[in-house]
Design a protein around this ligand. Structure first.
Ligand code: GDP
Ligand code: MG
Length: 164
C-alpha cells in the first residue's frame, strides 16, 4: 500500500493551505467520535513517480494555549502511530514557539522520519534569515516554503519522498 505522510503543526501555520496545494481536489474527511478531535482529512498526492496518502491531523482549531498544546500532542501521537513520514509545519512569521519545541521533542523521540517545513516564506530574500532559528529544534534542516505563493514546494516534496 501507499506510504502515509502526516501533516502536523500549530493552528494557523498553513496546514490546510499546504494540504490543498498538495491534494488538489482529491480530499476526503474522516470523522471520528464527536469531541475526540481526531478527525482526519485524507488525500492522495503524488510527486514524480511516487504516490502517497496525505493526512491532515489538524481537526478542530482551538484557541486556548493549553488546548493547542494538548491537541498538538494528540496530533503528534496520531502521526507517530500511523505515518511513514511526518511533515512538521511551522510559521516563519510567528517564529519558533514553545509548543513547536515540545512537539519536536516528541517527534525526535519517535525516531520516525520528520521533514521540518517553515511556511509563509513568501520572499526568500526577506525571510530566510528568520528560517535559521528553526535549526534549534534539532530535527533537521528547515525547508522554507510558501504554501500561499507555492514556493519551495518541489524541494519539500523531494525531501518527503526520500524517506519512502
Ligand atoms: P492551519 O490552521 O494550519 O490549517 O492554517 P491555514 O491553512 O488555515 O492558514 C492560516 C492562515 O495563514 C490563512 O489566513 C492563510 O491564508 C495563511 N497562510 C497560509 N499559508 C501562507 C503562506 O505561505 N504565506 C502567507 N503569508 N500566509 C499563509
Ligand atoms: Mg486547517
Amino acid at each position: 500500500s501507499k506510504p502515509v505522510v502526516a501533516v502536523v503543526g500549530r493552528p494557523n501555520v498553513g496546514k490546510s493551505t499546504l494540504f490543498n496545494v498538495l491534494a488538489g481536489e482529491r480530499i476526503s474527511i474522516v470523522k471520528d467520535t464527536p469531541g475526540v478531535t481526531r478527525d482526519r482529512i485524507y488525500a492522495d498526492a503524488s510527486w514524480l513517480d511516487r504516490t502517497f496518502t496525505l493526512i491532515d491531523t489538524g481537526g478542530i482549531e482551538p484557541d486556548s494555549k493549553d488546548i493547542i498544546l494538548s491537541q498538538m500532542r494528540e496530533q503528534a501521537e496520531i502521526a507517530i502511530e500511523t505515518a511513514d513520514v511526518i511533515v512538521f509545519i511551522t510559521d516563519v512569521r510567528q517564529g519558533l514557539v514553545d509548543a513547536d519545541a515540545k512537539v519536536a521533542d516528541m517527534l525526535r523521540r519517535s525516531k520516525k522520519p520528520v521533514v521540518l517545513v517553515v511556511n509563509k516564506v513568501d520572499s526568500f530574500e526577506k525571510f530566510m534569515p528568520d528560517v535559521y532559528e528553526f535549526y534549534n529544534l534539532g530535527i533537521g534542516d528547515p525547508i522554507p516554503v510558501s504554501a500561499a505563493s507555492q514556493l519551495g514546494i518541489g524541494d519539500m516534496l523531494d525531501e518527503i519522498i526520500k524517506h519512502f
